[in-house]
Ligand binder design. Structure first.
Ligand SMILES: Cc1cc2nc3c(=O)[nH]c(=O)nc-3n(C[C@H](O)[C@H](O)[C@H](O)COP(=O)(O)O)c2cc1C
Length: 351
């Protein structure tokens, strides 16, 4: 099934990456014929509006705006204190006290009124949902505004829910993927289905087109995903080393080193499962026996403060270096050049 509804020339989507994908990156990808994406999940609604406007100013082609749709976390002061006590020695290592309290620092499009208003007013051509779905009323409102909708799914059950809700194209996110797992309800567990199996299952069981995501790093990977019936491939990790991304030098160095060969899914950094390059944060804070991790956004409040303290002390081991299983294949070049290369490799693989 085709994804012509996206209005792009090449079946290549640069994944939304909160904190890493910039308006400049998204615009460069869209201008080169792919679909550029940014996430406004980690910023307040008005800052999101500015990011949408910046992206629009950079391209006349379609682009995608991503929001998170997780169930908003519920505060649990006792649990949060236990978590802060667990993190205290690491803060001490960097000479700063652990915070007294932490709070949810992420917006969820399930209940954020500002994000809804901004999306309806700015009307980006495409909006994508990650970590769940918003209410039917919100989906209907965006569709009525003429916005094409995408949603991540990690299982057939999630894909069916998205399809029934009227999502136009389903993003099959395999366990190989870098960044946060799109699982709707992590409390129910994570099947960890790989991209190959998930794409095929969704293509066979859904009536909507499917985009493949997870571990795709080059044209051969895109061709493989499309052989399975995907209408396009969504690549995140492959774009982190582009000069247009917001990745800092440490992240770039880590992704370009042998360390990129070892990635793992962890919940201890943000409070939700996410895949990144293994470091001390994952290995030590996440060692068996740790206290229960606070909810998404709340744990990330502490995580980001620890990351900032470590960075200030010149320590690269406490960081959220999100990356997929194909990380060792990441290449550094401008986004337009990468798009061109991916397309040439794709044609070669197909020939
Ligand atoms: C650094 C990073 C940040 C990410 N942030 C988001 C995000 O904000 N929203 C989203 O829908 N997906 C996000 N993802 C997941 C991607 O949409 C996609 O599923 C994933 O990048 C595909 O796997 P790959 O990294 O192996 O290409 C992120 C991925 C990475 C690597």
């Amino acid at each position: 099934m085709s994804c012509a509804v996206l209005g792009i020339d090449l079946p290549i989507i640069q994944a939304p990456m909160a904190g890493t994908a910039t308006p400049a990156l998204a615009a460069a990808v869209s201008n080169a014929g792919g679909l550029g994406s940014i996430s406004i999940a980690a910023v307040q609604a008005e800052a999101g509006r500015q990011m949408i406007r910046e992206t629009r100013a950079g391209t006349r082609k379609p682009f995608n705006i991503n929001v998170f749709c997780h169930r908003p976390s519920v505060a649990d002061p006792a649990g949060e204190q236990a978590w802060l006590t667990h993190l205290q020695p690491y803060f001490a290592e960097f000479g700063v006290p652990a915070p007294d309290s932490i709070r949810d620092i992420y917006c969820s499009f399930q209940n954020d009124e500002g994000q809804l208003e901004v999306l309806l007013e700015e009307r980006p051509p495409i909006v994508s949902f990650h970590l769940g779905l918003p209410s039917q009323a919100r989906i209907d409102a965006l569709k009525k505004a003429g916005i094409i909708l995408l949603a991540s799914a990690t299982t057939l059950e999630e894909g069916l829910l998205a399809q029934e809700a009227g999502i136009d194209i389903i993003v099959a996110q395999g366990i190989e993927a870098g960044g946060h797992r799109g699982v709707f309800d992590p409390q129910r567990g994570d099947q960890g289905i790989g991209t190959l199996a998930l794409v095929r299952v969704l293509v066979k069981h859904l009536s909507r087109p499917v985009i493949a995501a997870g571990g795709i790093m080059d044209g051969a990977g895109i061709a493989a995903a499309m052989s399975l019936g995907a209408c396009a491939a969504q690549l995140g990790t492959a774009f982190i080393l582009c000069p247009e991304s917001a990745a800092n030098d440490t992240y770039r160095r880590m992704l370009s080193s042998q360390r990129a060969q070892v990635t793992q899914v962890t919940t201890v950094i943000s409070g939700r499962p996410a895949r990144g390059i293994v470091n001390r944060f994952m290995a030590e804070v996440g060692a068996p026996g740790h206290p229960e991790v606070p909810g998404f956004g709340i744990a990330y409040d502490a995580g980001k403060q620890l990351i900032a303290a470590a960075a200030k002390a010149g320590n690269a081991e406490f960081a959220a270096h999100w990356a997929g299983q194909g990380a060792a294949l990441a290449r550094a070049m401008p986004a337009a050049e990468l798009l061109d290369l991916l397309w040439r490799e794709y044609l070669e693989a197909r020939a």
